[in-house]
Write a protein that binds this ligand. Structure first.
Ligand SMILES: *Cc1c(COP(=O)(O)O)cnc(C)c1O
Length: 435
């Protein structure tokens, strides 16, 4: 099954590596890497620090420093309130459309930069559930898996509480995520909404988005995709896969900066049918009419609530320009090569120490990070941070190696996993000594 248009390229890495030194391989990959020049465009990429957390908070693009400063001096400082006249009001939709075009393949008018992912999830999920229950009072179930990202689960619990709907939980294998078989088993005439993470934040399992969407639709349900861990790392075809709704982060692979606002996608023919729950003046048909009551704007604008966080959406534009330049296919190819290499190093260096790769080995089922399981990983992560090697830790026993394709080099992967091996040996030696 050829999913997501990816191929099984990079198979056979292992055979190649046994004939070659692992470091020489990394250097050769870096020389051949068509995206290598982009690494120099990120703050700190020229230092010895190893960054394995670009999937949690991307590095700042160097050009964003100047862009933010220029914005503050010229636009905020120079234009003051006049800035809202045209350009700032349009910016959330302009950037939204760029994300639509370059990152998630959605035609214009369906994507907007809004609030945090959590708030957008709430707004879209609540709008979807309300519309479904109004259409058919039997549809009172929200399907979600137990390993879905915490904020998604909490938001949906809240919506269930508010609306009297029920959560229908899918138990997933922690090394994977929701499979088509599992969704087909629970989706039916009672399903209002299905919420799925495209890439699992823990295992990196890449859900079969077109297939799960089809299954939800066959059951008469709407589906909301959380693209936080795929946007900017794994190609998404929102229109072609017939998504209804989606949200995604901009501070992970899109390098928008800590707390930069998320994006929302709402399929155009659904927009008029949905009414989101946080009705504010920025989502009304005529913002400055200050009218007596709320009249939702036509189109995607009705999903906006209050004043758009303009300052916080400046930096992400640098990464969008890079993605527009090189395309998601090249980014995905490098992402696969990076994760394949990390898995190879883990197999050769860490497996003998008891580490288990907790991410899918098939690149077609894996997003942009790799999780390495061992009960010492909490301690290992803490010690690595002190040595300027920055992965993160996810319970239970998972060291997460996030590999942002635009800013990570193969040699960096080599350095980071070499340090991981050293620190893990150290921790295990101490344990043995204590034993
Ligand atoms: C990072 C992440 C979020 C974050 O939500 P915020 O509102 O930005 O804190 C949500 N969902 C997933 C799947 C994530 O990976």
């Amino acid at each position: 099954m050829a999913r997501h248009g990816t191929t099984r390229a990079h198979r056979g890495t292992g055979a190649q590596l046994t004939m070659d030194s692992l470091l020489a391989y990394a250097r050769r990959q870096d020389r051949a890497d068509g995206l290598a020049h982009l690494r120099t465009r990120f703050v700190g990429a020229d230092t010895e620090l190893v960054y394995f957390d670009g999937n949690s908070l991307g590095r700042p693009p160097v050009a964003a420093i100047e862009r933010v400063e220029r914005f503050m001096r010229e636009e905020w400082g120079g234009r003051l309130i006049r800035g809202w006249d045209e350009s700032w009001l349009q910016l959330p939709y302009e950037i939204g459309d760029r994300i639509g075009r370059a990152v998630i393949e959605a035609k214009a008018g369906q994507t907007v930069i809004g609030d945090s992912t959590t708030v957008l999830l709430y707004k879209l999920a609540r709008a979807a559930v309300d519309a479904q229950v109004a259409r058919d009072p039997q549809r009172r179930e929200i399907v979600v898996d137990r390993d879905n990202f915490p904020t998604d689960r909490y938001v949906l619990e809240g919506i269930a509480h508010e609306t009297g709907c029920r959560l229908r939980w899918i138990d997933v294998d922690l090394e994977r995520g929701v499979t088509p078989e599992q969704l087909a088993e629970v989706a039916g005439p009672h399903t209002a909404l299905v919420v799925v993470n495209h890439v699992s934040y823990r295992s990196a399992y890449l859900a079969d988005a077109p297939e799960l969407t089809r299954i939800a639709h066959d059951a008469g349900a709407l589906i909301l995709w959380d693209l936080c861990h795929s946007a900017g790392s794994v190609p998404v075809h929102a229109d072609r896969w017939e998504f209804d709704l989606a949200v995604g982060c901009t501070y992970k692979y899109l390098n928008g900066g800590p707390g930069s606002p998320a994006f929302a996608y709402v399929r155009d023919d659904l927009q008029q049918a949905l009414r989101q729950p946080i009705q504010g003046w920025f989502g009304t048909a005529d913002l400055f009419a200050m009218g007596p009551e709320y009249v939702p704007a036509p189109g995607i604008r009705r999903f906006v609530s209050g004043t758009s966080p303009i300052t916080a959406m400046i930096a992400m534009q640098e990464t969008l320009a890079m993605i527009e330049d090189v395309g998601m296919a090249a980014i995905r190819a490098k992402s696969i090569a990076l994760t394949e290499y990390a898995i190879e190093l883990a197999d050769q260096w860490l497996a003998p120490l008891g580490v288990v790769v907790g991410s899918p080995r098939d690149a077609e089922e894996r997003g942009g990070h790799v999780i390495l399981q061992h009960d010492a990983m909490r301690e290992v992560t803490a010690r690595l941070w002190q040595r300027d090697v920055i992965p993160d830790y996810r319970d239970v026993g998972g060291l997460r190696v996030g590999l942002a394709p635009l800013s990570t080099s193969f040699e960096e992967v080599h350095r980071g996993l070499d340090a991981t091996r050293e620190v893990l040996r150290e921790v295990l030696a101490e344990r043995a000594g204590l034993g």
